[in-house]
Ligand binder design. Sequence first.
Ligand SMILES: [Fe+2]
Length: 230
Amino acid sequence: MDILRTREDFQVQHLWGFLPQELLEEIRRISRSLSHEEIELHEAASFGRWVLHDHPRLTEVQTGLTSFVSELAGEPLEPSYNFLSLYSRLGRCPIHMDAPQAKYTLDVCIQQSQPWDIHLSQIVPWPEAGIEGGSWDDTIRNDPELSFKSYALKPGDAILFSGSSQWHYRDPIPSPARDEFCDLLFFHYIPLGTGKLVNPAQWPEIFCLPELAELPEIRRHSCQAITRWQ
Ligand SMILES: [Fe+2]
């Protein structure tokens, strides 16, 4: 599993004015043209957002960025999945760390009513010890050793971070009484050649251990057509 870990000297990359204006406008047009059938509503209550996974044009853009992101990350990568995330005024992104399907995340700001900071910890080796008692999320957020830093994106900016090895969160969108919003695009990448390894449903086959298929966590993955993570 070592290939799924992130090296400790990986540096977050804030790319100001990353998306050309023309492409930014094209993605906004895609966002505006989405039908009710295309939009996924399953995270409307939990995250205050509508999402769209793996739109063909966005997948094409993501694929075209693979070499560039590989260079930034310092290792050869392949696209994992992508999604457009349209946060409403109720938008929230509680602290979390992603599964290895999102080892590297290129988070692109498409448009917003005002900057919505993302907070990133330093690289954390995993697995971690459990946190005893209290509020685990506050404990992580307030841990000075995790050295959280805040980043504000403007439309067209992007930030590259390691979602599977950095705790990250956004506070609830401020001023919920107003018409606030934030449209973000997430391109997730994994190390080249690890498409099966990042999917637990594949482990019985790739490790030649059919009995793994009986583990509840692996059965859960096997029952899902695709596993998606925030
Ligand atoms: Fe995430």
